[in-house]
Design a protein around this ligand. Structure first.
Ligand code: PMP
Length: 405
C-alpha cells in the first residue's frame, strides 16, 4: 500500500489556507513543521480540562496533569529507546539541550583538551563549543566536508585521539540535508575514548532512533521539528553521566533539601529541570510523537525520498540553478542558488506565489563561507508535501528567473 499523503495532509488545518491569494505550499519544514489537529487539540484539551501545576499538588487536577506530563516522558523514552525514563530531560529545544551539555563539559575542560565538531554545524552546535573551548584554552577541531557536503571521514578519524574530550556533530545538516553516518561516527569516537553528542534537531523527523544501539552519550532534539509545539525539546543523556552532571539552573523542583546556607540536589531527571515546566507542550510533544509513530514509517521514508528525487531532477535540469549539497545520503532538503538573483529575492518572489521556503545562511554562517555562497534558498519537504507541490515550486521558480533577469 502506498503512503496516503492526502490522508496525512487532511490532518493539518494550516495547509488549507491561502497566502497572497494562492493555496499555501509550505516548503520550510526544516525550520519548523506544521502541527496536526491532534497536537493542537492536545494543547486546548490540557488547558480546558486539567491545567494545574505538576508534582506538588494535593488535588485531582494536579494528579491528572502530572500523569499526562510524565506519560509524555515515557513516550519520548520509548521513541528513542532510552534505557530509563529519567534519561529524558525536558528542555526548551535543541539549543537549550546543547547548552546544558556544553555547560556540563565546560567545567571539566582544560587547556590541551580537544573538542571535535564539523564544518556543517548549525550555530547551536558550534558557538556553544567554540566559547567553551575559548574559556578553557582547549582546541576546537573542525572536521572538513567535501564540496558535495559530505563529511571527510578520514579527517574525522585522524582527528580523534586521547585528548579528544567530546565529539559533537549533526545527525542531519539543516543547510545541506546531508544525512551523516552517525553510527560509524559514534563508534570511532567511542573507540578513541571521547564522549559523543549528536545534534538531532533535523534527524529526528525522519524516523525513530535507538540511542542504546547507537551508543552515543547525548542526543538533542526539538518538538517543533517533529510536528509538536515550539518552546519544547529534549536532552537525552546516559544516566551515569547526567546523575553527576553539574546542575545548570537552580530553583524549585531541582532540589532535595534546602537550608538558608546550602542545598542538595534532586534525582534525575528533576535535578536538571528547575522551575515550573512547560507542561502543556510536553504533553503535546508526546501526542506528536505517538501520531508520527502511528504512520507507516517505511511509506513515509519512501514518500520523502520521492519528493527529494523529483526536486533534484528538476533542479538539475533548471538552467542557472546550482544545488548546494549533493551528498549521497540526504533527507528532503534542496538548498540552491540561482545566477539570476540573490536567495532573499528568490524567497520573496516565491512567497508572492504562495510558496514558503527559507533563505539566508540557515544559522550556519561559517558553512556558507566554506561553500563560497552568501546564503542559499532552501526548500525542505515533509511527509505532507506532494509531488504536485514540487512541480509547482519549479514552475514558480521559472517565473522568478524571468522576473529577475
Ligand atoms: N541544530 C540544527 C541542525 C538545527 O537545524 C536547528 C534548528 N534550525 C537547531 C540545532 C536548533 O534548534 P532549536 O532552534 O529548535 O533550538
Amino acid at each position: 500500500m502506498s503512503f496516503d499523503v492526502a490522508a496525512v495532509r487532511a490532518q493539518f488545518p494550516i495547509l488549507n489556507r491561502e497566502v497572497n491569494g494562492k493555496p499555501l505550499v509550505y516548503l520550510d519544514n526544516a525550520a519548523t513543521t506544521q502541527k496536526p489537529q491532534c497536537v493542537i487539540d492536545a494543547l486546548v484539551d490540557y488547558y480546558s480540562t486539567c491545567n494545574s501545576n505538576v508534582h506538588r499538588g494535593a488535588h485531582k487536577l494536579a494528579d491528572e496533569a502530572t500523569r499526562r506530563y510524565e506519560g509524555a516522558r515515557d513516550i519520548v523514552a520509548g521513541f528513542i529507546n532510552a534505557s530509563a525514563r529519567e534519561e529524558v530531560i525536558w528542555t526548551s529545544g535543541t539549543t537549550e539541550s546543547i547548552n546544558i551539555i556544553t555547560h556540563g563539559i565546560a567545567q571539566q575542560l582544560k587547556a590541551g583538551d580537544e573538542v571535535v565538531v564539523t564544518e556543517m554545524e548549525h550555530h547551536a552546535n558550534l558557538v556553544t563549543w567554540q566559547q567553551a573551548c575559548k574559556q578553557a584554552g582547549a582546541a576546537l577541531k573542525v572536521i572538513p566536508i567535501s564540496d558535495l557536503g559530505e563529511l571527510d571521514l578520514e579527517s574525522y578519524k585522524a582527528a580523534l585521539n586521547e585528548k579528544t574530550r567530546i565529539v559533537a556533530f549533526p545527525h542531519v545538516s539543516n543547510a545541506l540535508g546531508t544525512l551523516n553516518p552517525i553510527a560509524d561516527l559514534t563508534r570511532w569516537a567511542k573507540d578513541a575514548g571521547a564522549l559523543v553528542a549528536i545534534d538531532g534537531a533535523q534527524g529526528i523527523a525522519h524516523g525513530a532512533i535507538d540511542v542504546q544501539a547507537l551508543g552515543c552519550d547525548f542526543y538533542s532534539f526539538s518538538a517543533h521539528k517533529l510536528f509538536g509545539p515550539t518552546g519544547m525539546g529534549v536532552l537525552w543523556g546516559r544516566k551515569e553521566l547526567l546523575a553527576e552532571w553539574p546542575v545548570w539552573k537552580t530553583g524549585g523542583e531541582m532540589i532535595a533539601t534546602v537550608t538558608y546556607q546550602d542545598a542538595t540536589w534532586n534525582e534525575l531527571p528533576y535535578r536538571l529541570e528547575a522551575g515550573t515546566p512547560n507542561i502543556a507542550d510536553a504533553i503535546a510533544m508526546g501526542v506528536a510523537i505517538e501520531w508520527f509513530q502511528s504512520l507507516d514509517q517505511d511509506g513515509l521514508k519512501q514518500h520523502e525520498a520521492k519528493l527529494l528525487a523529483r526536486a533534484t531532477e528538476l533542479a538539475e535540469d533548471f538552467e542557472g540553478l546550482t544545488i548546494i549539497g549533493n551528498a549521497k545520503d540526504k533527507v528532503g532538503v534542496l538548498s540552491f542558488v540561482m545566477d539570476s538573483g540573490h536567495p532573499a529575492d528568490i524567497g520573496f518572489l516565491l512567497d508572492k506565489q504562495g510558496i514558503a521556503i527559507r533563505t539566508g545562511h540557515h544559522c550556519a554562517e561559517p558553512l556558507m563561507g566554506r561553500l563560497n555562497v552568501p546564503g542559499t534558498a532552501r526548500a525542505s519537504f515533509s511527509i505532507y508535501n506532494t509531488l504536485d507541490e514540487v512541480e509547482q515550486l519549479f514552475t514558480a521558480l521559472k517565473k522568478v528567473r524571468m522576473m529577475l533577469e
